[in-house]
Design a protein around this ligand. Structure first.
Ligand code: ADP
Length: 259
């Protein structure tokens, strides 16, 4: 019995008989489904902030809001929504660049401590606001990689350890040489991820707590991007997490060639 969803069947008649050729199209069907799900997710993610921007700007344009404080609040909401849309678009561009992989990224020696500090600078406000303590006292490691990709990888993993932490929590970052490559460990004392969700957090747009993710500037694409970068470098990633105790992400990246 042939499953017509899975196989495309080609029949060709030649002089001395019939040839049947079965081609497995499961992968292409799956890819097509993923593509259409992705577009519907992106449309939905963009629609929400756009509706809110349209609503507030209409009210401001009609001049119905007289109160200066209210006007200010609406302008700030518009700014927040624009920021969230631009983060989403940047993440989509990053994913599409990683997926096409036709342009080889420039690989050069990177000082890992410097990149961690660069990442932390962008979270200064968040760290102070929630009194989160950062620990990273590792010896500097030099790794050949693409600056934008390695920065994005660390930014997403460390960013999550900060975003999903508790007030007065801790984030511990360790990077060390492992074989020819390096091992990155990011550990937090945050809210943790329920067991049932642990496999799914690497899927695009999968969030355990949508409200918290959005409120902290998440796009739902961070770990999907990390997974892509890790597989691009032929590395491995593992996640351990306990609800209300914290999460540990471990990434091992083998040595790369300089270009
Ligand atoms: P987001 O942009 O929403 O942070 P990610 O792809 O980076 O998206 O992560 C997916 C989801 O996994 C997050 O929405 C969050 O629910 C959960 N998550 C990721 N990292 C952590 C962490 N360190 N602690 C707790 N939950 C996390």
């Amino acid at each position: 019995k042939i499953d017509h969803n899975i196989y495309a069947c080609y029949i060709s008649r030649v002089d001395f008989g019939t040839t049947l050729l079965f081609v497995d199209i499961t992968a292409s069907k799956k890819a097509e489904k993923m593509r259409s799900e992705f577009f519907s997710n992106v449309s939905h993610e963009l629609k929400t902030p756009m509706t809110s921007i349209r609503g507030y700007s209409d009210l401001l344009a009609q001049g119905v809001v007289q109160n200066d404080k209210q006007k200010q609040m609406m302008l700030e909401k518009i700014q927040t929504e624009v920021d969230s849309m631009s983060r989403l678009i940047n993440d989509i561009l990053m994913l599409s660049r990683l997926e096409s992989m036709d342009i080889e990224a420039e690989m050069m020696p990177l000082k890992m401590r410097g990149i961690v500090e660069e990442v932390l600078e962008s979270y200064e406000v968040e760290l102070a606001k929630h009194d989160i303590c950062m620990e990273y006292d590792f010896e500097d490691v030099t790794y050949i990689g693409n600056h934008q990709q390695i920065y994005t990888l660390l930014n997403n993993v460390i960013g999550n350890a900060i975003k999903y932490n508790k007030d007065h929590g801790k984030v511990y970052v360790d990077i060390e040489e492992q074989g020819d490559g390096m091992k990155i460990v990011v550990e937090d004392t945050g809210i943790g991820i329920p067991l049932a969700d642990q496999n799914r957090v690497f899927e695009r747009f999968y969030r355990v707590d949508k409200g918290r993710s959005k409120q902290r500037g998440g796009t739902g694409l961070g770990l999907a991007i990390v997974k892509h970068i890790v597989s691009h470098y032929k590395g491995t990633i593992s996640l351990k997490s306990e609800l209300n105790i914290g999460t540990t992400i471990e990434i091992v990246l083998p040595q790369q060639k300089r270009t």
